[in-house]
Write a protein that binds this ligand. Structure first.
Ligand code: ZN
Length: 329
């Protein structure tokens, strides 16, 4: 389907592009506006598209989304026509895809009864293979973006977002189907995130029993600590989560909280209308100028998707909100 090894070059020599070539061009186009987040996603999917074999979209399973193709009962000549497909699609709209298995061949064909292009026969059999499930998920942009069920959505999507194992999976199948059926990628940007792992970097699993209970932690430490953990995590890598990590983070949280409490206590009974003055002492002017700059780098970093790696809680936040240490002697 993508193109056969070698045949792509022959096709290119005849002046036609292949799905592979068009997909590679789309990958570069997305990269040109920084749409692969993080940027290494481009090379990852590009090398996979360059080297992938043809996509066999059929699977020999007893249940799934059927392939609506009929075969002549005499010579197995396939019947694939837009009319026959539309007719089946109309039935699926009302009854779901299981109608393919429940209804007779004649029930699934339009009127007048189609004839075999080879022998003129009217006896047909149903295809029994199903579509590869990656075709199902890869075509999800059609019902989600184009059906009108969600009127604010439109094709292509602004963002596809999934784990770092999907360059070979959903990102790839969506790209191939988008290129093959719409002539373009179904997304403008693709964000890849890491996985939630335990404190030792192991995958969380029931059998290992290494997944902390978030509800229990929320009860014990409160939601603010969970928010601080999220704010201090770098989604581009795997993110560690364990009771020990939360314990350590709770100490940082206490520092931030106590600093804020101290700041607020200094402002007790402060009334800006009554207490504000333009005649500042040199020490106050210095304190204001020192504090005005320190918050900026942090706010820039937290609003950018390409922020530098954070190794834990936002400790610069604590520095930012700490009062300058002033010697009054
Ligand atoms: Zn035939």
């Amino acid at each position: 389907m993508v193109d056969r090894p070698g045949s792509g070059d022959r096709t290119a020599r005849r002046g036609r592009t292949t799905i592979r070539k068009a997909a590679l061009a789309a990958i570069d186009e997305i990269a040109a506006h920084g749409g692969w987040i993080p940027a290494w996603g481009k090379e990852r999917i590009r090398s996979m598209v360059e080297g992938r074999p043809d996509w066999c979209v059929s699977r020999q399973r007893v249940w799934g989304v059927p392939i609506p193709v009929f075969y002549c009962g005499k010579d197995r000549e396939p019947l694939v026509s837009p009319e026959a497909m539309e007719h089946v699609a109309g039935i699926f709209d009302k009854e779901g895809a299981d109608a393919w298995f429940d209804r007779s061949v004649r029930d699934l064909q339009p009127s007048p009864a189609p004839r075999c292009a080879k022998c003129g026969g009217t006896e047909f059999e149903k295809e029994t293979d199903i579509l590869d499930v990656w075709f199902d998920s890869g075509s999800s942009f059609a019902p989600v973006l184009e059906s009108g069920v969600w009127p604010t959505l439109r094709f292509p999507a602004d963002l596809y977002l999934e784990g770092s194992d999907q360059h070979r999976g959903w990102f790839m199948s969506s790209l191939m189907i988008g290129i093959g059926t719409r002539g373009q990628a179904p997304y403008r940007n693709v964000l890849t995130h890491g996985f939630l792992v335990d404190g030792e970097g192991r995958k969380m699993s029931k059998s290992l029993g290494n997944a902390p209970d978030p509800q229990g932690l929320l009860k014990k430490y409160g939601a603010e600590l969970m928010r601080l953990w999220v704010a201090g995590s770098d989604y581009r890598d795997d993110i560690g989560f364990s009771n020990a990590i939360v314990e350590t983070l709770s100490e940082s949280y206490r520092k931030i909280r106590n600093t804020l409490r101290y700041c607020l206590s200094q402002l007790h009974e402060f009334d800006p209308r009554r207490d504000t003055t333009t005649e500042l002492l040199p020490i106050d002017r210095w304190a204001l100028s020192a504090s005005s700059g320190t918050g900026q780098p942090r706010s820039r970093r937290t609003t950018s998707t390409s922020s530098t790696r954070s190794t834990g809680p936002p400790s610069s936040c604590a520095r930012w909100i700490s009062p300058p240490s002033i010697s009054t002697s």
